[in-house]
Design a binder for this molecule. Structure first.
Ligand code: ADP
Ligand code: MG
Length: 296
């Protein structure tokens, strides 16, 4: 007996490195009209490098002391930015104190008690008050962002003590993969990110994406997808993080990047990319379309 087309397509997708969880998903994937990509860990490698530590004037800490506090607080986080901070501390041979009362807020940052001090590390809009945003902190944040950095602030006892600059490289295949998706759907994909608009806009320019939605919390990503679907789009969302899980669940089809992707994203998604290659996205959409044509 010959295999039904959608099951055959699932088998082929598997050989190309994408695990599609059901025939229904394969069928829906074939009707995709628009794709949305998460930025960090999806269009980028997800392995950012700490490039700069900028102590703020009035801060009592040296660069190493700041890095030590920030890395101790980040130790419990699975976020790529957290891993970069911890790696940078290890590279400087800093010994990390244990942290208590660790807490993470997806899309915002982390907090913990380190050496009895309340340390927070995360996105400037989430952690800074309007006073800080108007002052020296904001100037340093903006300067870093203009040069393509993701800026993260470090607070000790609720006072901003430093800004960290981190840079994540575009995946080498991103330009080609985005262009292939644009060719298939007839519209450039959407970029969804919790990162700031300046950094996101620069990266989007490199891959020819113009619809950039930045500064999004996980629930804002869901709202963006729902809005596009209300306008008649059938969205396929590609993401990797805990912060993407709600959007992956809300979309017509959610695809998680396997590799370094979070367990929650993998469980929530309708399909998982197990070969670390964005070109699998246009490949699997094309496969799904062909299978549908045979079924119909
Ligand atoms: P993206 O949508 O691009 O994958 P996220 O939603 O994961 O990004 O994160 C959005 C922003 O929240 C980051 O740019 C950073 O400023 C902040 N953030 C989130 N988690 C952390 C963390 N563990 N450490 C530092 N900053 C964080
Ligand atoms: Mg991500």
């Amino acid at each position: 007996a010959t295999m039904p087309p959608l099951l055959a397509a699932i088998a082929t997708a598997g050989r190309h490195g994408v695990l599609v969880k059901s025939a229904v998903v394969m069928e829906q994937l074939g009707t995709t009209t628009r794709v949305a990509f998460d930025k960090t860990g999806t269009l980028t490698r997800g392995v950012p490098e700490l490039t700069e530590i900028r102590p703020l004037s009035g801060s009592p800490f040296t660069e190493d002391q700041i890095l030590r506090l920030a890395a101790a607080a980040e130790h419990g986080s699975e976020h790529p930015l957290a891993a970069a901070v911890v790696r940078a501390a290890r590279r400087r041979h800093l010994s990390l104190p244990a942290a208590d009362e660790f807490s993470a807020r997806p899309g915002q940052g982390v907090s913990a008690l380190v050496d009895g001090q309340f340390v927070q590390v995360g996105s400037p809009p989430a952690l800074l008050g309007t006073d800080d945003l108007a002052t020296q902190v904001a100037a340093v944040v903006e300067e870093l962002q203009q040069r393509g950095n993701t800026a993260v602030v470090v607070l000790c006892e609720r006072n901003p003590v430093a800004v960290l600059g981190l840079i994540d490289q575009l995946r080498p295949e991103a330009v080609v993969a985005v262009s292939a998706v644009t060719g298939l759907t007839g519209a450039a994909p959407v970029l969804l990110t919790g990162d700031n608009a300046a950094t996101a806009g620069q990266l989007a320019g490199h891959v020819a994406i113009t619809d950039v939605r930045a500064g999004l919390l996980p629930e804002d990503k869901v709202a963006a997808i729902r809005g596009l679907e209300r306008d008649g789009e059938r969205m396929t969302v590609v993401g990797d993080g805990v912060n993407d899980a709600p959007a992956l669940a809300a979309a017509h089809v959610g695809i998680a990047m396997g590799g370094a992707g979070s367990d929650l994203a993998l469980q929530t998604a309708d399909a998982v990319v197990v070969r670390d290659d964005l070109n699998t996205i246009p490949t699997v959409i094309a496969l799904a379309r062909r299978a549908r044509r045979i079924v119909l």
